[in-house]
Design a protein around this ligand. Structure first.
Ligand SMILES: Nc1ncnc2c1ncn2[C@@H]1O[C@H](COP(=O)(O)OP(=O)(O)OP(=O)(O)O)[C@@H](O)[C@H]1O
Length: 526
């Protein structure tokens, strides 16, 4: 505080008490002059001294000159402003700022300063606004997509009541599109949206809606850069626009893993102050064809089956995941196949190092600077990497690739608690065939503090690329059958594939790609 030169310092009233209020380019602070030595109330941000409060300028949402007897728009409550010309508190301005409440939750709080001199009041408003204008990472114009059918179908209500008023308070202009069908947002972003007009895109919905918007934006960026998405060799261009997520879905795992909560107001405030977090994107291919991008979970077996079943029960709302989860657990299906992967090397931590990735994470920072250095050496390193693929064949209850922790309110640590948001890797978790009881023990560990990888039937690897081939594609192909002369077997395998309950051979699952079902089981991921 002392190190920054003061921009303003005045004696102003807060709730009829006299405060010394100071502003420098980093902090707005106010100190109760009369009882500075006595602790008179709760310090609002970073308790400096009793009777003192301060807020970083970068967490000020807005400042507004206050008219007499106007309702405080933030709280909806009316506040009495003194009327008498002799009153030293005749003029007032209100500062709206971020207040931290529960863990990772933010709230828009406010403080009103009163003074007798109108020009002084205007000077404060103008100076604070000038400081806010210097914060260039804040968005001014946003394109908002609302999925009215996500989660409990409250997307529009959440946006209108909780988010739009704070955006308007922060003078952010918005174009709002309420989607009319699935993939509406993706298609609009891919082809129509005039992206030059905006500083960011806001997704009001769940993980599926985020995925739609991410696909629209990433594909548009590749199209404009002339990058062929089908090619596994080409380097994808990072998107120029940021995506803000207002959680209004069923699980909101991506919002939870990045912000630490699934509270719409917290997310809106992060968007307003211009916070950003880079995020890894996996591209998923089948042969030479691009299928989808994934940012959170790619799951085959258990999570693929839960999704497939829950899609049929969408009318049930979020409860469908519990019902499908129990059903899938009881069916206890396992799947045979081959997983090959390219382990991540270098200083990228390990899935079991108990490190939690947060904004500014050193591993992610290190990884992105390594990428810049090695960009010109890609061909060499790719060639070197050919030798280091690891191949695992087996029977699996689940094959999961977590590109972030996948934490959500149900599983606060997530599928892979130490997965990094932007280190260029994914955590590949293989759950081999085991008893129902063992699998239950493993699943329960996602909800408590125990290490979910500490089981003999669970393996976890931090990888840069991986491939999966289901067993029948390798062995039961038409050619194999013809060559071996087992004609009856072909007929039986056909029946078994179509009737998954039949226990005489492992059938195939589906890949759950961030909550969407992939059309192929044999995939290559990078
Ligand atoms: N207007 C619409 N009508 C029908 N479906 C829509 C519409 N807009 C978007 N969708 C689709 O709805 C799907 C689910 O949406 P969303 O992710 O918002 O909610 P959710 O599935 O309940 O939450 P979560 O993904 O967090 O579990 C998305 O895949 C999206 O493509």
């Amino acid at each position: 505080m002392e190190k920054q030169s003061r921009l303003l310092c005045s004696e102003l009233c807060v709730q009829r008490r006299l405060y010394e209020v100071t502003l420098n380019c980093a902090i707005l602070a106010w100190k109760d002059i009369q009882i500075a030595k006595k602790h008179t109330g709760r310090a609002i941000y970073g308790a400096v001294k009793a009777g003192s409060s301060c807020v970083p300028v970068c967490e000020i949402i807005a400042v507004q000159e206050k008219d007499d007897d106007t309702p405080c728009k933030n709280t909806g409550k009316w506040q009495k402003v003194p009327q008498s010309p002799a009153d030293p508190c005749q003029h007032a301005f209100t500062v709206f700022y971020v207040e931290r409440t529960r863990q990772h939750c933010w709230w828009c709080s406010n403080v009103t300063f009163h003074c007798s001199d109108h020009s002084l009041c205007l000077l404060w408003v103008q100076t604070i606004r000038e400081q806010l204008a210097l914060l260039t990472n804040r968005p001014k114009s946003l394109l908002v997509y609302i999925n009215p059918y996500g989660g409990k179908q409250r997307g529009k209500q959440i946006y209108d009541h909780k988010v739009a008023p704070i955006f308007s308070r922060a003078s952010i202009s918005t174009d709002v599109i309420v989607t009319e069908r699935a993939n509406h947002a993706r298609d609009h972003l891919k082809t129509e949206a005039d992206l030059k007009k905006y500083d960011g895109v806001v997704c009001v919905g769940g993980d599926g809606m985020f995925s739609e918007i991410m696909h629209g934006l990433v594909s548009r960026t590749q199209q404009e850069a002339g990058v062929d998405e089908n090619s596994m060799e080409e380097t994808l261009m990072p998107c120029g626009l940021r995506i803000g997520i207002i959680p209004a879905g069923s699980t909101d795992c991506i919002c939870y893993a990045t912000v630490g909560s699934n509270d719409p107001v917290t997310s809106a405030l992060h968007i307003i102050v211009g916070d950003s977090q880079a995020m890894d994107i996996c591209s998923v291919h089948n042969e030479d064809r691009f299928l989808r991008y994934s940012v959170s979970l790619l799951g085959y077996g258990f999570y693929g089956d839960v999704l497939t079943d829950s899609e049929r029960k969408r009318w049930m709302g979020p409860a469908r995941y519990d019902i499908s989860g129990v059903k899938t657990f009881l069916s206890h299906r396992y799947y045979e196949g081959t997983v090959s992967f390219l382990p991540a090397e270098g200083n990228l931590g390990s899935p079991r190092d108990k490190m939690q990735c947060r904004t500014g994470c050193s591993v992610c920072r290190q990884s992105s600077s390594d990428k810049l250095v090695s960009k010109n050496e890609d061909s060499v390193s790719d060639a070197e990497c050919q030798d280091t693929w690891t191949v695992i064949r087996g029977k699996f209850l689940a094959i999961n690739a977590a590109s972030m922790s996948c934490a959500c309110p149900r599983s606060p640590k997530g599928l892979s608690p130490s997965a990094h948001l932007a280190d260029g890797t994914t955590d590949l978790i293989l759950v081999r065939k085991c008893s129902r009881l063992d699998f239950l023990r493993h699943l329960l560990r996602h909800t408590n503090k125990d290490d979910q990888f500490d089981h003999s039937f669970v393996e976890v690897y931090r990888v840069k690329q991986f491939r999966f081939s289901p067993r029948y594609q390798e062995c039961d192909s038409e050619v194999d059958l013809r060559e071996s002369g087992v004609t009856g077997k072909r007929f039986l395998s056909q029946i078994c594939r179509e009737h998954r309950a039949c226990g005489c051979m492992p059938s195939q699952s589906n890949w759950n790609c961030d909550g969407e079902i992939l059309p192929h089981t044999a995939i290559q991921v990078r």
